[in-house]
Ligand binder design. Structure first.
Ligand code: GDP
Ligand code: IMO
Ligand code: MG
Length: 440
């Protein structure tokens, strides 16, 4: 499993892409097209929102599990863009019949709610994610399989639209949608995906029985988890490890390694608490060097120091086997680098964040300071070639964050990576519980 341990955008897409050359299937299990996963291979950049990040590696089947909310329009656009690059998406993509569909009224509701909240807005991606998950839980949702059954779809849509048009019109003072138009659209878009419906849980069982290697690709990050994140400033799915089982339909024995992705600093898009946020030139410099603009909405990402307190919770909540630190190169050239090592709350010292997010507003952060480095780390692929101060910083991260450091990313390209184990670069094969995890 590859998952985010901060507020998303940790670089999951890059890591899934580079690891997927050695796997048989890559599976998305939660979230939707609120995700924006950037892949860079030989200078070519691809941003994926719904299609799993294994798509550039021909040997990997790409599966969308039942936990993913699917926008048909977004999937069509993305599939066509990939096909224009010569990638045969359709022969490798499978979509669970149980995926809830993001309907046009979900997007309208997302926008209407954010507007009505005014200053208390979440800062969502406006993709209809929250309302689509609400419909799933309220048992009012339209699922992928419904698109291929005209009568069932009409019946379900009538009920859903009746309810949502009432809310849009009477509660938000907006306009409802026409049943005929929404139905026609759904049928037409659904027809683009004929033949792609797949029992993903069943397929994963089949692959596992054959000893195939499967990589589960998380979206968003631990602090955006609906239960474990900075509620209510979170997304509407579980982004943490349990979602792999519920969102793909596998048992916990399917998971033998959890790679937690973290940037070498912290970013957040949207509103909500961010204890180590920087409001000075240092933060602005990190944002500029790290090109910190959202891959989905283009919004500027807020930047701050690494938060070891939050990472400790992410490590134990997800059972992180090893961390991958990305964007180390963005810290090049700084005189001093800080890490949040503890929170103070009303005289109490906390080594993991409080579970009630209101408390996050009153926290004070205790920092440890490290000397920066002036050399470039961009593109370094061997741990020994890193500047001494970078090694010191990484060793401190490892000691502070509650799990060992197994990979270091030094640039956006899939080649710009260091595999590391116990402080030693290794170049052959990486075994976890007897299973090879990656080759290079
Ligand atoms: P994701 O949502 O977790 O997949 O991350 P995003 O793709 O939204 O954001 C990560 C950004 O950082 C993308 O623009 C990546 O190309 C870029 N990136 C990933 N790893 C590195 C790295 O090690 N160094 C630099 N400079 N950029 C990186
Ligand atoms: P990836 O997979 C960063 C944030 C939004 C907002 C909150 C709720 O690229 O890491 P939503 O539209 O999900 O209801 O918005 O969650 N958010 C992300 N932030 N990366 C993401 O995905 C995100 N997906 C949602 O900015 O604060
Ligand atoms: Mg992203």
């Amino acid at each position: 499993v590859v998952l985010g341990t901060q507020w998303g955008d940790e670089g999951k897409g890059k890591i899934v892409d580079l690891l997927s050359k050695d796997v048989d299937a890559v599976v998305r299990f939660q979230g939707g097209h609120n995700a924006g996963h950037t892949l860079v291979a030989e200078g070519n950049k691809t941003v994926l929102h719904l299609v799993p990040s294994g798509i550039l590696n021909e040997g990997a089947q790409c599966l969308i599990g039942n936990g993913v909310v699917v926008s048909l329009e977004a999937l069509k656009t993305e599939t066509e863009a990939l096909e224009a690059l010569g990638i045969d998406v359709r022969s490798r993509l499978g979509i669970s019949p149980a995926c809830p569909i993001i309907m046009p009224y979900h997007e309208l509701l997302d926008h209407a709610r954010e507007k009505a909240k005014g200053k208390k807005a979440i800062g969502t991606t406006g993709r209809g994610i929250g309302p689509a998950y609400e419909d799933k839980v309220s048992r009012r949702g339209i699922r992928f399989s419904d698109l291929f059954n005209h009568d069932l779809l009409s019946e379900k849509l009538e009920e859903a639209l009746d309810y949502h048009n009432f809310v849009l019109d009477k509660y938000f003072g907006g306009e409802g949608l026409s049943f005929d138009l929404v139905l026609d659209d759904a049928l037409q878009l659904g027809a683009c995906f004929t033949g792609l419906m797949m029992d993903v849980s069943g397929e994963l069982h089949r692959l596992r029985t054959q000893g195939k290697r499967i990589l589960y690709e998380g979206a968003q990050g631990t602090l955006l988890d609906i239960d474990h994140g900075t509620y209510p400033f979170v997304t509407s799915s579980n982004t943490t490890i349990g979602a792999v089982c519920t969102g793909a339909g596998v048992g916990p024995d399917a998971i033998d390694y959890v790679l937690g992705i973290t940037k070498a600093y912290t970013t957040r898009v949207g509103h909500g608490p961010f204890p180590t946020e920087l409001f000075d030139d240092v933060g602005a410099g990190i944002a500029e060097r790290g090109a910190e603009f959202g891959a989905t909405t283009g919004r500027a990402r807020r930047c701050g120091w690494l938060d070891a307190v939050a990472l400790r919770r992410a490590a134990h909540t997800n059972g992180v086997t090893g961390f991958c630190v990305t964007k180390l190169d963005v810290l090049d050239g700084l005189d001093e680098i800080k890490v949040g090592i503890a929170y103070r709350l009303g005289g109490e010292v906390l080594d993991i964040p409080p579970q009630n997010p209101e408390a996050w507003d009153d926290l004070e952060v205790e920092y440890e300071s490290f000397p920066g480095w002036q050399e470039t780390t961009r593109g370094v692929t061997n741990y020994d070639d890193l500047p001494d101060n970078a090694k010191t910083y990484l060793a401190a991260m490892e000691a502070l964050c509650g799990a060992p450091l197994h990979m270091i990313s030094t640039g956006p390209d899939r080649k710009e990576i260091i595999f590391i184990y116990s402080g030693v670069s290794f170049t052959v094969e990486f075994f976890v519980q007897g299973n090879p995890v990656c080759f290079f």
